[in-house]
Ligand binder design. Structure first.
Ligand SMILES: Cc1cc2nc3c(=O)[nH]c(=O)nc-3n(C[C@H](O)[C@H](O)[C@H](O)COP(=O)(O)OP(=O)(O)OC[C@H]3O[C@@H](n4cnc5c(N)ncnc54)[C@H](O)[C@@H]3O)c2cc1C
Length: 575
């Protein structure tokens, strides 16, 4: 058995920022960070547009209160306002701290950090490094990790969390290179495993975003919060779905339909292309449904709309959003300085996740906590995004709550002891699971099952939802779950067997998909990203509350938790 004081699962921004904070506070703590990819290949590295913070470098009328209001309004009033206040108050400090670590933010003429406009934000407050912000941030954090003596287990797949009688004790991990299985024990366990975009067939997320941490928590009997709120980003490049950052619209790009009209005029006349993502994605789907989408030959009636950058000029495009130009050029053959890009909504971000308080402690119920278990980043739900996240608030959440969770862990660690674990039992269980997959004869191909799962979710739980469509999806999903339990592998080795990892990831996708669909079915209202055609209005008297979904193989049980209000009274959202 391997022993550490703290184990962090996940090497993205949330996990690395927490590790750095613990190491800064307790230099002698024995910290381990486990990731199934190399940390620098975590999805955080792909973040493009920026990180919000009221530095007031371009707009001195901005304030943390304005940032908090925009965030709460963007969340359709479902965010916990105490968590939002912390997020927005801490923002300038964490950005300056990143700058001191060496992150190369883009600059104004006078040398201060530049800030751009972003959807749903009332002031220009998004700091950026061209359109490669995640890359700039994650590289410096990983450098700092190396400097602080954190033990790295990269390319180790965590198969399960060990939580016994409400106490976290460690994990069971599989070394992808050698096939070795280890029980790793810790006094404190933190999950920072990122999102689950791969539950859908069109997504901006990387292949590793399979919701493993959420599934691990759910399989320990812990609830998942607000899973019905899936963010569809308006501008996924057609057809691949890879992201064209909101920064492109922040820098002035237009959305146009088949008639060449800037259709956002009809949906958000004030904010236009910079309306929040839920509203913009719905607008695109409505245009396509009305026959004003575009086909690849330019005719009307097709599946996408145009993102038009031409008026920005080649020089500005190449300076501010060079990566987006390159993506469109490489993947769609479009020179964005000359032609518009084809875009449509793509599954992008998980507003819900493992419920935590503002110290990052994982909740076991509306009023209980799990001893020794913490979470932060996209896999967690401290609920700063509520029903809809604003762009550039997620990198911020990872860094602020990575830091605050790290600080809480450093504070709690001295009082904790290593607990007994029946190592043999867990090793045996893991061996049986892996051998079972390797030995299975006759069954379903992974690709086919995963494709059907992703198609099912995209068809039955997308931008617009109804009871009928989702219930049909749930029935299909039951059958797919059974098939997921029978997948058969071509590769039967235990050295670099990525197919085996994919087989385990499907088990995560299945758990996540079930909690999303069940949570979405029970919320009979429209709020933020959850848009029910059969319940088109927001219903505060009945649904101004968080969903807690408890998964078990027998089904998903739904309970609720109150929303922390306080600063801002719920109002109708207009942009
Ligand atoms: C293309 C794209 C662009 C984006 N742009 C922006 C932006 O400009 N601004 C913004 O605010 N947000 C943006 N976002 C959102 C933001 O980047 C993410 O929400 C955030 O980076 C998530 O960070 P994380 O640390 O929570 O997880 P991730 O960066 O996803 O890292 C997860 C880590 O967990 C590890 N892991 C997962 N499962 C296991 C397992 N079973 N065993 C071991 N390790 C495991 C992975 O290896 C990885 O290291 C963007 C997202 C995408 C997809």
């Amino acid at each position: 058995m391997l022993d550490h004081d703290v184990i962090i699962v996940g090497g993205g921004l949330a996990g690395t920022r927490a590790a750095v904070e613990i190491a800064r506070t307790l230099p002698d703590a024995d910290i381990a960070l486990i990731a199934k990819t190399h940390p620098i290949r975590s999805h955080s590295v792909a973040a493009q547009g920026g990180i919000a913070a009221t530095l007031k470098n371009v707009d001195d009328t901005d304030s943390w209160e304005a940032h908090a209001f925009d965030t709460v309004k963007g969340s359709d009033y479902l965010a916990d306002q105490d968590a939002v206040a912390l997020l927005t108050q801490e923002a300038p400090g964490v950005v300056i701290d990143l700058e001191h670590m060496g992150v190369l933010f883009s600059r104004l003429e006078d040398g201060r950090i530049a800030q751009r406009a972003f959807g749903g934000h009332s002031h220009r407050r998004t700091c950026y490094a061209a359109d490669k912000t995640g890359h700039a941030m994650l590289h410096e954090l990983v450098n700092n990790l190396h400097r602080s003596g954190v033990t790295l287990y990269d390319e180790w797949y965590v198969m399960r969390a060990i939580v016994e009688e409400g106490v976290a004790k460690g994990v069971v991990a599989y070394h992808i290179e050698s096939g070795r299985i280890e029980v790793m024990r810790a006094k404190i366990l933190m999950l920072a495993t990122g999102g689950y975009g791969r539950v859908f067939n069109t997504t901006s997320n990387d292949y590793a975003s399979t919701g493993d941490g959420l599934a691990m928590a759910a399989q320990c009997g812990l609830p998942l919060e607000d899973m019905e709120f899936v963010q569809f980003h308006p501008t996924g490049l057609y057809p691949a779905g890879v992201l064209i950052s909101e920064a492109v619209r922040g820098e002035g790009a237009y959305l146009r339909n088949a008639n060449g009209d800037r259709f956002m005029e009809n949906y958000a006349p004030k904010q236009m292309e910079l309306a929040p993502r839920d509203i913009t994605s719905r607008a695109i789907v409505m245009e396509v449904r009305a026959g004003r989408g575009i086909n690849l030959d330019g005719s009307a009636g097709g599946p996408f709309v145009h993102l038009d950058l031409r008026h920005m000029g080649r020089e500005k495009i190449m300076e501010r959003v060079p990566f987006c130009w390159e993506e469109a050029h490489r993947l769609a053959g479009v020179d964005a300085a000359e032609e518009p890009m084809p875009v449509r909504p793509t599954a992008h971000y998980s507003m819900g996740g493992i419920p935590v308080n503002t110290r990052g402690q994982v909740r076991s119920s509306a009023d209980g906590l799990t001893d020794g278990l913490y979470a932060a980043g996209e896999c967690a739900c401290v609920s700063v995004h509520g029903a809809n996240r604003l762009g550039s608030n997620s990198l911020l959440e990872c860094v602020v709550y990575g830091k605050l969770t790290g600080a809480a862990i450093a504070e709690d660690l001295p009082a904790r002891k290593a607990l007994d674990i029946d190592e043999e039992k867990y090793i045996e269980e893991a061996k049986v699971r892996i051998q079972g997959l390797l030995d299975r004869q006759g069954g379903e191909r992974i690709d086919a099952v995963r494709q059907d799962l992703q198609d099912c979710m995209s068809e039955h739980c997308s931008v617009f939802r109804t009871d009928e469509v989702m219930s049909e999806g749930l029935a299909k999903l039951q059958a797919i779950c059974e098939r997921a339990g029978r997948v058969v592998l071509d590769d039967r080795s235990t050295v670099w067997n990525t197919e085996l990892i994919e087989a385990m990831e499907i088990e995560s996708l299945v758990v996540v998909a079930q909690t999303i669909l069940n949570s979405a079915l029970q919320r009979q209202e429209s709020r933020g990203a959850h848009s029910r055609e059969d319940f088109p209005d927001r219903d505060d008297p009945n649904f101004l509350k968080h969903t807690l979904a408890y998964y078990s193989p027998a089904g998903v049980e739904i309970r609720h938790m109150p929303v922390a209000l306080g600063m801002f009274e719920p109002k109708e959202r207009k942009y």
